[in-house]
Ligand binder design. Sequence first.
Ligand code: AVJ
Length: 316
Amino acid sequence: MSAAMDAPAGQRAALIADALAGLTAPRKTLPCKWLYDAEGCRLFEAITRVPEYYPTRTEVRILTEEAASIAEAVGPGRAVVEFGPGDGAKAALLLAVLNRPAAYVPVDIAPEWLEEAASRVALARPGLPVLPVVADFTMPFALPKRLGAAPRLGFFPGSTIGNFEPEGAVGFLRRARMTLGAGARLLLGADLVKAPAVLEAAYDDAEGVTAAFDLNLLHRLNREAGADFDIGAFRHRAVWNAALERIEMHLVAERAQTVRLAGRTIHFAEGETIHTESSHKYRPERLAGLAASAGWRISRHWTDAEGLFSVWLLDA
Ligand code: AVJ
């Protein structure tokens, strides 16, 4: 049995369809969700520990240092619904300081994440009901009936909002407001615009962990889509797109070449790139504008002393 048989068939078919569409487009691109297979998740966790990648540690610092003020602003008795809990570390931090949280509802498309998050939270907050939901939170989904009537607090940390194009971010925020229901609040982490050199270093660290994370996408296409990428012929590049205020990750073909994928031949010119991820950075006014267009009111926001990252509390 080939390695390509290991991934679930539906997922593999979707990967191949996305790869064919993205790699035959005039400007080659792949959806960033495909970066996160088991190896991609492991590499992303390693990214959060490299010195140049400031977002995770800065957000954790805000959540820790402002814990009392955040807990007070959120108020008591809320059910916390987290979109994309990762390892659950941030939720554990938050739930440890909130006043009488009613439940924890981690939502993710990958069941493995849900178990890890659930067990971490169980340690941080013994006895708290944990009601995981397997769903793609970029689409409409229902909260568990058992959740009852407690008012909800959505939790969307990590600046994952930055992976959406601005219109997509408004769409997500609007759907989240409807899913969470009347009287809901949302605690949202958003990375801020800053010097391009700081951003480019954060997305192209000296150790090469981010490069490995990006290049893993080609390994994945070779493993799961039967492609024959020569990984050594591509390199990672992070560029600040000033007009769109986002960091873009690209894989650059170092020489002209052809690649076979699912029966098709894909041509690369020397220097041609595959755009693999966009991470939008926000100015506070702009983030406030997006939230308002999605029907949320800004209650408060917190930043670190250096103004690198922001955490927002929104009211439905
Ligand atoms: C997980 C989307 C928040 O955009 O900063 C980190 C992903 N990519 N380094 C980000 C990522 C390269 C990360 N998010």
